[in-house]
Design a protein around this ligand. Structure first.
Ligand code: ADP
Length: 518
């Protein structure tokens, strides 16, 4: 990449791509580094990859059984922190998708939709409890397959996964009270396509409400993170979920496209890029009267807005959580920071110091803050977009940490001197890269924040409640966090405006996406 090349020309012997080069417009890093990792190391983490063996091959989960794909095709799943092969994953084609849909249809008609909500709820509670019991195993595998730090998969993802199953289990026998005066009926078979940033959590967001309402499911996980979805299939077996109620077909984009085009699917729910979301919307629209229902949760370019009267240290932590959580692999990541001019210098100084304390490295180490980038492709995209920012005149600030020699890594980064027209201010980066801009008045803040094709989330930092309400009303974003960021709860709806998609997941709204209200 250009950043690397320029540095190499400058004669640096360091092997990582993150260091500032003389030829780019980079602010000098302070001499006083706060990188504790260079000074001493913590004790090793108890989690390790020996504790939970991974089978060399993973088949499809159809009709309650693990079955080989018709074409006998498999692809490798890699640990992004080591580039080691973890296992082989089955590649489902249209015939496998049709078989999974047929199994889901039979289960829907014969077992799941006739079953009482009370009985369905028991299965969901059982699944939630097994997830809790096996959460250490699931967290370790999630981290190995996806690259996210174990402290996030263990303390954030897994508790939320179980919480979603518990929450929707609670609704299964109370559906008639959920929508007063209306009778909710299930839709039928739901085809669900999920991304790699929160593999198990996205599966839970989609499967739990669908099952609670009496639908059956064909799920397609992302190609780089299928291992935990297949462990979830084992959990469904352990919970004795009737065969065919949830089917899992693994594969890449073609498998997803086959699922979208499959006849006999009543609802498509997709979370992923805006680009693929548009393809899916087009493909569904072309089906006319035969089209399934559709919900899309797509990209974002969230603004974190910090006013002069905010508690600055608290805001710095929120900014860090907003953009560096899960390496920035979060569609609602606070990737644009708007700082009121009077506190700009202070915020930049504190941000610069704070990112130096972040530990980048082995995601299985419980002290790691920033894990591995999910794939080589994603790393390439991040590097290219950051380079475009530097080329357009932005100033690059990065940590001086050493990155491991193998694996896909990108250090915590922020860009200053960014203008609204820069690609880094407009396009989703999906990496640990923050673009910093300034504003003077609240009006300027929400106008600039809304100046993007996306509208998934935003954050406001201020001491004044009235300012929070005013901003929340003006911001065109599905979620507005106030004096916090990236907080999730199964009871609150999540979803976007504009090119961030339509439909909501979570809460009652998440239930209504899987019901026909009569
Ligand atoms: P991201 O940029 O987050 O990787 P993608 O939109 O590429 O998001 O992928 C999200 C999910 O959509 C993955 O499971 C992927 O395999 C699937 N997918 C990719 N292309 C298509 C497509 N054309 N039709 C349906 N699903 C697709």
């Amino acid at each position: 990449m250009a950043i690397v090349e320029k540095r190499r020309k400058a004669g640096s012997s360091r092997t990582t791509q993150h260091s500032a080069s003389a030829s780019t417009k980079v602010l000098p890093l302070r001499e006083r580094t706060l990188n504790f990792g260079d000074k001493w190391d913590y004790a090793p983490s108890p989690e390790d990859n020996k504790s939970f063996p991974i089978a060399p091959r993973h088949e499809l989960f159809i009709g309650g059984k693990f079955v080989a794909p018709r074409a006998r095709r498999y692809f490798d799943s890699i640990n992004p922190a080591t580039e080691e092969k973890l296992t082989e994953i089955a590649h489902a084609d249209g015939r496998d998708v049709a078989a999974a849909t047929a199994a889901a249809r039979t289960a829907y008609e014969k077992v799941w939709s006739p079953m009482s909500g009370r009985e369905r709820g028991k299965y969901l509670y059982r699944i939630a409890r097994i997830i809790q019991e096996r959460s250490r195993e699931l967290a370790v595998l999630e981290t190995m397959d996806g690259g996210k730090p174990i402290k996030e998969s263990r303390d954030i993802d897994l508790p939320l996964v179980a919480a979603h199953f518990f929450y929707y289990a609670g609704w299964a026998d109370k559906l008639k009270y959920a929508f007063p005066g209306r009778s909710p009926r299930p839709l039928g078979v739901a085809g669900q396509i999920i991304p790699w940033n929160f593999p198990l959590l996205m599966a839970a967001w989609k499967i739990a409400p669908a099952l609670a309402c009496g639908n059956t499911v064909v799920l397609k996980p992302a190609e780089t993170t299928s291992i935990t979805a297949m462990r979830l299939a084992q959990i469904f077996q352990e919970a004795e979920l009737p065969p065919g109620v949830v089917n899992i077909v693994t594969g890449a984009g073609e498998t997803g496209a086959a699922l979208v085009q499959q006849r006999g699917i009543d609802k498509i729910a997709f979370t992923g890029s805006t680009e693929v979301g548009k393809l899916i919307a087009k493909s569904v629209a072309e089906r006319g009267a035969d089209a399934p229902r559709l919900t899309l949760e797509l990209g974002g370019k969230a603004a974190n807005i910090v006013f002069e009267d905010a508690a600055i240290d608290q805001a710095i932590e929120g900014i860090i959580a907003g953009i560096y959580f899960n390496q920035g692999h979060v569609c609602c990541a606070g990737s644009r920071l708007f700082v009121q001019e009077g506190i700009y210098k202070t915020v930049i100084r504190k941000l610069r110091d704070r990112i130096q304390t972040m530990r980048v490295g082995n995601p299985l180490d419980k002290n790691t803050d920033i894990g591995a980038i999910n794939s080589a492709t994603q790393l390439k995209k991040i590097r290219a977009l950051v380079q475009s920012g530097v080329d357009e005149g932005a100033h690059l600030e990065q940590t001086r940490c050493r990155l491991p020699a193998k694996g896909y890594w990108y250090p915590p980064t922020f860009l200053t001197n960014v203008t609204a027209s820069h690609r880094v201010a407009q396009e989703e980066i999906f990496g640990p890269v923050l673009s910093v801009m300034t504003f003077r008045t609240p009006e300027e803040a929400f106008e600039r924040a809304n100046n993007t094709p996306y509208g998934l989330s935003a954050g406001v930092w201020t001491d004044k409640g009235s300012k929070i309400f005013k901003m929340a009303q003006k911001l065109r974003a599905g979620v507005v966090w106030a004096n916090t960021f990236n907080k999730f709860d199964p009871t609150s709806p999540f979803g976007g405006y504009k090119e961030s998609g339509f439909g909501r997941e979570g809460g009652l709204q998440g239930l209504s996406a899987y019901c026909r209200l009569e």
